[in-house]
Design a protein around this ligand. Structure first.
Ligand SMILES: NC(=O)c1ccc[n+]([C@@H]2O[C@H](COP(=O)([O-])OP(=O)(O)OC[C@H]3O[C@@H](n4cnc5c(N)ncnc54)[C@H](O)[C@@H]3O)[C@@H](O)[C@H]2O)c1
Length: 329
């Protein structure tokens, strides 16, 4: 039985990953400080005797060393996430996203030198591409981050440092790492509290509130169902040729945010109005967004067999169902 460690395991993606790994018969441990995640997300997992949960921070060196001591595989997902959180708390974003990755890599390297080959999955983000103006991004594209005076870019920059460091450990020490740049991931359990657009729209539509679309709503994004993303992550980890490489992970089906809002209103039969607000009102005067975010998935599709099982409409329907249950409507 393999022992998998998931950091950020009480989070949105982390909790689905924990369930997937348990479903495969693995022993699974999770660490989470519950800063944006919740133990409620692990209600199913906690029923399984092969699951062990620790509430704590991945910045705690002793805890990380102890948790990594007998892990066979590590999925590092713990991070400060969400545009709103990043704009509000840039110190927390930078510190949470860089130091624990350093700590985990150093500890895995120590085990590697002692003869234990433990693979690391690093959850990175499409934010590392910044505002690259290309219509479709592939993994070799330049990172075009904005000014350091704009806190928003600290998230992409911190994830880019994580990637550089993980790839350096691969290059210099042959520590096996797989880097996944997640594009927008959505699904049941995602919280709208930190700026995530789909859960916010769905909650507004179900409660009769306005759906607030930032700017002109013509920003383009691709939304992938969390189950597809988790399946891809696990398959990448099981693929020897994925080590030492970076992969775009997500959907490549673009939609504008305004069209997403209209779809949510349509699929919920809601009478909620759609209204526009300026970025300055939503975040701050210096907020800068990325207009177009679409991945090229050629490298991923040449490496793994998994293909998305959920269309966007099915994905939105799953979020609506989950939110209805949560709100009791
Ligand atoms: N959801 C997306 O669309 C998306 C897109 C790109 C990248 N990602 C990446 O995927 C990963 C998971 O994101 P998510 O969407 O599930 O967000 P999430 O906020 O639900 O998950 C992050 C988890 O990390 C935990 N955490 C934060 N700081 C911690 C610390 N110091 N110690 C222990 N736990 C800590 C949080 O409590 C939370 O449970 C993150 O690394 C994120 O950057 C997500």
């Amino acid at each position: 039985m393999k022992h998998c460690l998931v950091t950020g395991g009480a989070g949105f993606i982390g909790s689905h990953l924990v369930e997937k790994l348990l479903g495969q018969g693995n022993r699974v441990s999770a660490i989470d400080d519950e800063s944006t995640g919740s133990i409620d997300n692990l209600a199913e997992a906690l029923k399984c005797p092969r699951f062990h949960y620790t509430k704590g921070s991945v910045a705690d060196g002793d805890l990380v060393r102890q948790a990594l001591a007998d892990a066979d595989e590590v999925y590092h997902l713990a991070a400060a996430v969400g545009v709103e959180l990043i704009a509000r708390c840039p110190i927390r974003t930078i510190e949470t996203n860089i130091y624990p990755t350093e700590l985990i890599l150093a500890e895995l390297s120590r085990r590697h030198e002692a003869g234990d080959r433990v693979k690391l999955f690093l959850a990175s983000s499409s934010e590392v591409y910044g505002k690259n103006p290309k219509s479709c991004w592939d993994e070799e594209d330049d990172l075009v981050l904005g000014s350091t005076a704009r806190a928003r870019w600290s998230y992409g920059a911190s994830k880019a440092i994580d990637e550089f460091l993980a790839l350096a450990y691969w290059r210099q020490k042959r520590l096996p790492v797989v880097v996944a740049r997640f594009f927008n991931v959505v699904g049941p359990r995602q919280s709208g509290a930190y700026g995530m657009v789909l859960p916010r729209f769905v909650e507004a539509a179900l409660t009769g509130e306005k759906l607030l679309v930032h700017d002109d709503g013509q920003q383009v994004r691709c939304f992938a169902h969390v189950a597809d993303v988790v399946d891809t992550a696990v398959e990448l980890m099981a693929t020897p040729g994925a080590a030492g490489r970076v992969f775009n992970v997500g959907s490549d089906q673009p939609i504008s945010i305004l069209d997403l809002a209209k779809k949510v209103v349509g699929q919920t039969d809601s009478r909620s109005p759609i209204e526009f607000i300026r970025y300055a009102e939503a975040y701050s005067d210096d907020f800068e967004d990325c207009r177009h975010r679409v991945p090229r998935l050629d490298r991923l599709q040449a490496t793994v067999k998994h293909r998305p099982r959920f269309t966007l409409d099915e994905t939105i329907a799953a979020v609506i169902d989950a939110k209805r249950r949560e709100l009791g409507r």
